[in-house]
Design a binder for this molecule. Structure first.
Ligand code: ZN
Ligand code: ZN
Ligand code: ZN
Length: 381
């Protein structure tokens, strides 16, 4: 059933954005910077709730590290759209510009000369290059500064991730209506796409329907392959729910009863996913979570068919920090949100993956996806 769209605000309360801006300025200062320069993308959405898109005309939020008021440089024709975000309520300085004016000079004008700046990692080269020229000093990436903020989700973000998780769970719950013998992967994906929107997402960001041998390719999307009785099918789906937080959940289905071999290998995958979930708590390193899943699979001879990292952070972006991967020694803290998605892939035969989004709590984690983990048996008729 469709969710009530009024339960999904298009942005959070203004105080939340005020606090994020203050923290961004503070972290920029600690990093020895004079200012952060943020163009449309997930970072701008995080900081002021604006979903503006980046075009050839520069929109740039300038956040001085000294705590003085941020400035928004914006083309006059985009001004109305920007006022729909928290910018209008935050009391930021707004400098609008018209075609013919150099917006890069306007950015430089609010900064001390030779300022040390950092830019968001989604800034197009179209803007970065002329901006760097005008500033006379090449900016660095603001990724490290901003990830300190964005990695640890506040209660409003956690609630948004829960809404997204429950919305994608409702799509998986309807899979028996879509995934049937004789249909193509593309037809199944088409119906899933409609259901993703019906259940409360603003759009379907990605739909993977990997049937039979296609399930062995973790990057397979959809094809004209016709689903057959006995197929194991990997369904990995998600998208944003207002105000922009993403769902991402994988379940594996089988048309008819699975073979003994499939059932046996899948049971190991289920244990591996659970072992990784059980390892999550504050203070544990991201790489330890990856190892928890990998060790279970390796002990059963399946280490070589687990082809990718165990997970990725999620929020306003589907993939963001922290990455749950060997070599990442970052320590988990309460409020971090990431996927736990081990998979097993038998080339030319079949594959399986189980993916939930979890949020680190004081003593463990909460999963926002609550669908059963077992291989979901669907009828063949
Ligand atoms: Zn996924
Ligand atoms: Zn994922
Ligand atoms: Zn992915």
């Amino acid at each position: 059933m469709s969710s009530d769209s009024t339960s999904s605000p298009t942005r959070f309360a203004t105080e939340i954005y005020a606090s994020r801006l203050a923290h961004a300025a503070e972290y920029a200062g600690q990093a020895g910077l004079d200012a952060l320069l943020v163009t449309p993308g997930p970072d701008l959405q995080y900081l002021v709730g604006s979903r503006a898109s980046s075009f050839e005309r520069l929109i740039c939020l300038v956040i001085p590290a000294d705590g003085s008021s941020p400035t928004v440089i914006v083309p006059r024709i985009e001004l109305a759209a920007l006022q729909d975000s928290a910018v209008g309520d935050l009391g930021l300085v707004i400098t609008d510009w018209v075609d013919g004016v150099s917006p890069y000079a306007l950015v430089a004008a609010v900064l001390p000369s030779g300022a040390k700046t950092a830019v968001d990692d989604a800034m197009p080269a179209l803007h970065f290059v002329p901006l760097a020229e005008k500033l006379g000093r090449t900016p660095i990436l603001a990724t490290a500064v901003l990830r300190q903020l964005r990695m640890s989700k506040d209660s409003a973000e956690i609630e948004a991730l829960r809404r997204a998780g429950h919305a994608i769970d409702r799509v998986h719950a309807r899979m028996g209506d879509f995934l049937r013998v004789g249909r193509t992967e593309a037809a199944v994906a088409h119906d899933i796409g409609a259901a993703i929107v019906e259940e409360g997402h603003t759009e379907a960001a990605f739909i993977i329907v990997g049937s039979g041998p296609h399930g062995a390719d973790p990057h397979h999307e959809v094809s004209e392959r016709i689903i057959e009785a006995g197929d194991v099918v990997v369904i990995d789906i998600g998208g944003p729910v207002a105000p922009g937080y993403n769902s991402d959940s994988t379940r594996t289905y089988v048309l008819g009863e699975p073979s003994a071999e499939v059932a046996k290998q899948y049971a190991v995958l289920e244990r591996a996913q659970q072992a990784a979930v059980d390892a999550v708590r504050p203070g544990v390193r991201a790489e330890t979570i990856d190892a928890a899943a990998r060790d279970v699979l390796s002990a059963e001879g399946l280490g070589d068919v687990f082809l990718h990292r165990t997970g990725h952070g999620i929020g306003l972006s589907v993939h963001e920090e922290p990455y749950i991967v060997a070599g990442n020694d970052i320590e988990l803290v309460e409020g971090m949100a990431f996927s736990i998605e081990p998979g097993i892939y038998f080339r030319g035969q079949w594959g399986a993956r189980i993916e939930d989004i979890v949020i680190v709590t004081a003593d463990g984690c909460e999963s926002v996806n609550l669908r059963p983990h077992g291989l979901a048996v669907l009828p063949t008729t």
